[in-house]
Design a protein around this ligand. Structure first.
Ligand SMILES: Cc1cc2nc3c(=O)[nH]c(=O)nc-3n(C[C@H](O)[C@H](O)[C@H](O)COP(=O)(O)OP(=O)(O)OC[C@H]3O[C@@H](n4cnc5c(N)ncnc54)[C@H](O)[C@@H]3O)c2cc1C
Length: 432
């Protein structure tokens, strides 16, 4: 099977992409945003709403990157190992601002969807992280205390309640965050694109930016047939940054993730598996994540070793994983199999980087980007519009820091996957 953008379940379920022009000729703006994913669109929307002349340039179509291909979990937290106290240890007080933003990001997404009237199957049914070991439940209990200290309420569920809410036993308990939930991510992206345009932003698609330079002292982004000169340029290209900014590309590791969606399952299974429709992502090293789609399918996924037949292997591996967790489903067909790429950083922290005078890049949401990019885009817009002091921004802002031995580091996910699977088998005594 070949990779295409339209092979995902989300392509089948979403309204058509809004039509935008390609960039031609010279355009001037206050801010040019490169990349039409959630980060670029949230930034453009919030800038336009504050009266900034905003241009967004997308290489393919809005949502073409990870934003239109993800699982649609709205997760108000960073990766498992990065709770509020870990982030404070990494970046000091800035970390508290970041975690306040992360903690508010679930409500922010659902409020934005409601305010803009975006039809994207939004369900604020909470987000659940079950612990696969007793030690991980202790980590989640500490996480609950950390969030409490920042004024947020998340719950710890015992093993029996966790089993009832998942429809599968074996977990030691779970963290439940009522502000999370699930959406159709591609419909959300397309809704944001329409809203950004309605607010006054100019959006261009099928217009890959091929170079960034300066003209008359202002940054300029060039495409094959046009260019945008602006006071500020934001690179929001995520893992697809490659040729455009080698220094940004060296600061992340692209990680390819696969997703499958089963055929629609009978109604009686929907009453026993995730009966409250809460999306679940557990604490395993190779996370087991699962949710219901709006049309009654189970969606799951993860990493697969590179090489021939990746889609077929993904289908086999993730169908088997699902059936082990929920034997009652039998062996449903996988009607959809698709893939996308996330930008990972070595410490799992997002980055806001200064690439050149007037040119920034924001990247590295590490597989937790639906809520975080929406929130971060709003903060970047406030910064650029002069409504947020640079010192109050929730991330450090410095030059890109390259990952040492980047060429070899990119092989990391290949080694990490078998290691993680082994650790998970040792931890839980189960082969998945
Ligand atoms: C399979 C998968 C599942 C995931 N599941 C979840 C989940 O359930 N919950 C969650 O929170 N996160 C999830 N994530 C992560 C999340 O999708 C990302 O963190 C988020 O979408 C990143 O948004 P972005 O706008 O930064 O990047 P992207 O959505 O990748 O957008 C970047 C855009 O830039 C464009 N671009 C690149 N180069 C150029 C150029 N030269 N000129 C113009 N445009 C350019 C691309 O075409 C693309 O549209 C998942 C990711 C994947 C891949």
């Amino acid at each position: 099977m070949r990779e295409t953008f339209t092979q995902s379940l989300w392509s089948a379920l979403s309204p058509p992409a809004p039509e935008f022009a390609t960039l031609a000729g010279d355009v001037s703006a206050d801010v040019a945003v490169i990349g039409g994913g959630l980060l670029g669109l949230s930034t453009a929307l919030h800038l336009a709403e504050q009266g900034c002349r905003t241009v967004l340039i997308e290489a393919a179509e809005t949502g073409f990157g990870a934003s239109g291909r993800n699982t649609g979990f709205v997760v108000p937290s960073l990766r498992t190992g990065l709770g509020p106290s870990d982030v404070r240890a990494l970046v000091g007080e800035t970390g508290d601002r970041l975690m306040a933003l992360v903690g508010a990001s679930g409500n922010l997404v659902f409020d934005l969807i409601a305010r803009l009237g975006i039809d994207c199957s939004a369900e604020q049914t909470g987000w659940m992280q079950p612990a696969h070991t007793a030690a991980m439940l202790d980590v989640l209990r500490q996480r609950q205390l950390d969030w409490h200290a920042l004024g947020r309420t998340v719950e710890i569920l015992d093993a029996a309640e966790t089993a009832a809410r998942i429809g599968a036993a074996g977990y030691h308990g779970a963290l439940f965050d009522p502000t999370g939930g699930q959406i159709n991510p591609l419909a959300y992206v397309r809704g944001l694109a329409r809203a950004a345009q309605a607010a006054g932003a100019a959006l261009y698609v099928r217009s890959p930016v091929v170079g960034i330079g300066t003209q008359h002292g202002r940054p300029v982004a060039r495409t094959a047939h046009g260019q945008v000169t602006a006071d500020r340029i934001l690179l929001a290209t995520n893992a697809l940054v490659d040729g455009l900014s080698p220094s940004v590309a060296r600061s992340i590791i692209p990680v390819r993730v696969f997703q499958i969606a089963t055929e629609p399952l009978p109604a009686e299974l929907r009453r026993t598996i995730l009966p409250q429709r809460t999306p679940v992502a557990d604490t395993r090293h190779h996370t087991f994540a699962v949710r219901w789609s709006p049309d009654g399918r189970l969606i799951t996924g993860g990493l697969v070793l590179p090489g021939p037949g990746r889609f077929e292997r993904a289908t086999t591996i993730f169908r088997r994983r699902l059936a082990r967790m929920f034997p009652a489903i039998g062996a449903p067909a996988a009607d959809y199999v698709w893939t996308g790429v996330i930008a990972a950083t070595t410490d799992a922290m997002p980055r806001f980087m200064s690439v050149a005078p007037g040119v920034d890049a924001a990247i590295g949401c590490n597989g937790r980007g639906v809520a975080l990019t929406t929130a971060l885009g709003r903060e970047i817009a406030a910064l650029y519009a002069g409504r947020l002091e640079p010192a109050a921004f929730p991330l450090p802002h410095g030059a890109p820091i390259g990952i040492p031995a980047h060429g070899i580091a990119q092989l990391g996910p290949m080694l990490w996957l078998p290691w993680s699977n082994l650790r998970d088998r040792i931890d839980s005594g189960r082969v998945l």
